[in-house]
Ligand binder design. Structure first.
Ligand SMILES: Cc1cc2nc3c(=O)[nH]c(=O)nc-3n(C[C@H](O)[C@H](O)[C@H](O)COP(=O)(O)OP(=O)(O)OC[C@H]3O[C@@H](n4cnc5c(N)ncnc54)[C@H](O)[C@@H]3O)c2cc1C
Length: 250
């Protein structure tokens, strides 16, 4: 791995969708942009696997859509919900005024690898993996860069602009004294996968029953399943054990 530049115009902490797309856009605009990602790769199960038609439109505007759609993915044109025993359509993307009138399901690591490769075509773009931002660098009350921990030890990166794209528990946001507004989602989702049998009928849909919501997404070889539980119920369900959970889902 080459050393990270120690002075850039824009330094972005976090190589998630926000950081990678911003790095790509800034480098495309002719700036030097350095993205710092603490993990060694982009592997995250089920994170941001849905790519919405509006995002696909942006990819089209950037001239990247055809390349993106060459990667393995599933396209979903309609979503349905089963309420009790009745199946009702809840979304029909085929009427959207966009180039892609469908949702795409694609592993987030494939999407991020694709963005990284597209961004790497611009000379101003750099991405450093296994590089953790540990703090802001301030001078005279102004942010002038970040402190970074690399495999080779601590480094300082100076930048005209520092962007905190380091996720929901952002270290830089906290250090900058910015406060997030908690909207307090009343539920959690337990995600898991089930093998898709050859005979399996059905399509991507949500199932609503008294006090329960279950989502099944057709991922080709498997079903990506989401079981919606009340906020705070996870420990109780875990204590109940796997057989009880299987029974509940079945
Ligand atoms: C289970 C789950 C399923 C989801 N499904 C979908 C979906 O289907 N479709 C959809 O659109 N959205 C989905 N989301 C939401 C989506 O994942 C987020 O909106 C999106 O990932 C936010 O992007 P981000 O770049 O802001 O942050 P993140 O994706 O959280 O990326 C932040 C990055 O910063 C890195 N980082 C953190 N701290 C540091 C540091 N100090 N130094 C360097 N790097 C650091 C992290 O490793 C990470 O790679 C899902 C989220 C979850 C949790």
């Amino acid at each position: 791995m080459t050393r990270a530049p120690t002075s850039v115009q824009c330094c972005i902490a976090g190589g998630g969708p926000a950081g990678m797309m911003l790095g790509l856009l800034l480098a495309r605009a002719g700036l030097t942009a350095l993205v710092l990602e603490k993990h060694a790769d982009f592997l995250r199960d089920f994170r941001g696997d849905t790519i919405h038609p509006s995002t696909l439109e942006v990819m089209h505007e950037l001239g990247l859509l055809d390349g993106l759609l060459k990667l393995p993915h599933q396209e979903v044109r309609e979503l349905a919900a089963q309420v009790g025993e009745v199946i009702v359509p809840v979304a029909d993307f085929t009427h959207l005024p966009t180039r892609c009138r469908f949702l795409v399901f694609m592993p987030q690591w494939d999407f991020l690898d694709f963005l990284a490769a597209a961004a790497a075509r611009y000379p101003g773009f750099s991405l450093r993996m296994q590089t953790e931002v540990t703090g802001l660098l301030e001078e005279s009350g102004r942010v002038v860069g970040v402190q970074v921990m690399t495999e080779a030890g601590p480094v300082t990166v100076r930048a005209d602009l520092v962007v905190a794209a380091d996720g929901r528990h952002s270290l830089l946001r906290a250090q900058a004294g910015l406060h997030a507004e908690e909207l307090g989602a009343p539920m959690d989702v337990l995600w898991f996968r089930l093998t898709r049998g050859r005979q399996d009928q059905g399509r991507t849909m949500g199932r609503f029953d008294a006090g329960q919501i279950f989502v099944m997404i057709d991922r080709g070889e498997y079903w990506q399943c989401g079981y919606v539980i009340p906020k705070g119920a996870y420990d109780r369900i875990r204590e109940g054990g796997l057989p009880a959970f299987r029974e509940r889902v079945a």
